[in-house]
Design a protein. Structure first.
Length: 130
């Protein structure tokens, strides 16, 4: 049987030294994941010591992101603090093979190249003035 934690205990772990949060009535210690989080550690620290289920679902995390939760699972929320979910939300799965993602990657590459050429031209012009 998994260890259970009261929300009161989870709330004590609300900073960068010890960062716990609740997602779907499960308790996670995400302290070691702070620096790796793609959205930045600030996102996790804002929800440290709290239930972050709604925010986690609103972002639409990928299947890979959801599987990372298992690595940080430390127990379940105590039954007195369990939040009953009215209706399960649809899970939005994002993949890198989607057409929108490909066009976004292409646009990003072109933008970076244009900026690089502009910087190169600027530096060349500056060096020829001297």
């Amino acid at each position: 049987m998994a260890k259970t934690y009261k929300l009161e205990e989870v709330a004590k772990h609300n900073d960068g030294r010890s960062t716990w949060m609740v997602i779907h009535n499960k308790v996670y210690d995400v302290t070691k994941f702070l620096e790796e989080h793609p959205g930045g550690e600030e996102v996790l620290l804002e929800l440290a010591g709290q239930d972050g289920t709604e925010q986690f679902e609103d972002v639409g995390h990928s299947t890979d992101a959801r599987s990372l939760l298992d690595d940080h699972y430390i127990g379940d929320l105590h039954e007195d603090d369990v939040v009953k979910e009215a209706t399960p939300k649809k899970t939005q799965v994002t993949t890198s093979d989607s057409e929108g993602s490909t066009s976004s990657n292409w646009l990003l590459m072109v933008s970076v190249m244009v900026v690089g050429v502009a910087i190169g031209c600027f530096l060349y012009m500056q060096s020829t003035k001297s």
